[in-house]
Write a protein that binds this ligand. Structure first.
Ligand code: AR6
Length: 178
């Protein structure tokens, strides 16, 4: 794990499964517009949360690219799930602004719910086709920018599925924070 302390916030990069972050208050879902189960991160979170999560999501859908909504975490080992709809790369534009908005809105919701620790997956970098390295630059830049404004959130974790992706994030975090 790579970890940096910036503006009193611990920012971490970890290889792992977003559905197994039991020490985090909240996890972020790389959702679809309908907030349904889907594959990738959404599939893993909904599977672990159980059907109550989809039920709670139904009245909140649909959401637009760059938006985020919050629900309870049901059977996940967390208190909340923050569902973000990332941009589909090449379709939802400007994609960098929309992706940055996901991270900003998620942090805003976390602050509004007294959340102390929050884990993000690499939103948009799977089925939505955003090149991982570009997505990582935006994710890390946005969280570092926002860290100066955070008061309840003390710990932000980026959870990457593969070792290769984890290394890309760790390098970019070192470049931007160092
Ligand atoms: N834990 C951490 N990271 C994961 C996991 C996991 N369990 N599973 C996949 N990843 P994606 P998107 C990584 O496709 O691009 C869904 O079907 C994956 O390697 O989950 O925003 C939804 O229903 C990739 O780097 O999200 C939507 O329709 C990253 O997480 C659509 O896909 C994001 O991949 C959303 O696409």
């Amino acid at each position: 794990m790579t970890s940096w302390e910036i503006n009193n916030t611990s920012i971490e990069v970890l290889q792992g499964d977003i559905a197994k972050q039991s020490d985090m208050d909240a996890v972020v879902n790389a959702a679809n517009a309908q907030l349904l189960k889907g594959g990738g991160v959404a599939g893993a979170l909904h599977r672990a949360a159980g059907p109550g999560l989809e039920e709670e999501c139904r009245p909140l859908a649909p959401i637009s690219p760059g938006e985020a909504v919050i629900t309870r975490a049901h059977n996940l080992p967390n208190n909340y799930v923050i569902h973000c709809l990332g941009p589909v790369y090449g379709r939802d534009k400007p994609s960098d602004t929309l992706l940055a908005s996901c991270y900003r809105k998620a942090l805003e919701l976390a602050e509004g719910h007294d959340i102390k620790s929050l884990a993000f997956p690499a939103i948009s970098s799977g089925a939505f086709g955003y090149p991982l390295e570009q997505a990582a630059e935006i994710a890390i830049k946005t969280v570092l920018e926002e860290s100066a404004e955070l008061s309840t959130v003390k710990q932000v974790r980026f959870v990457l599925f593969s070792e290769g992706d984890q290394k890309v994030y760790a390098r970019i975090l070192e470049d931007q924070a160092g």
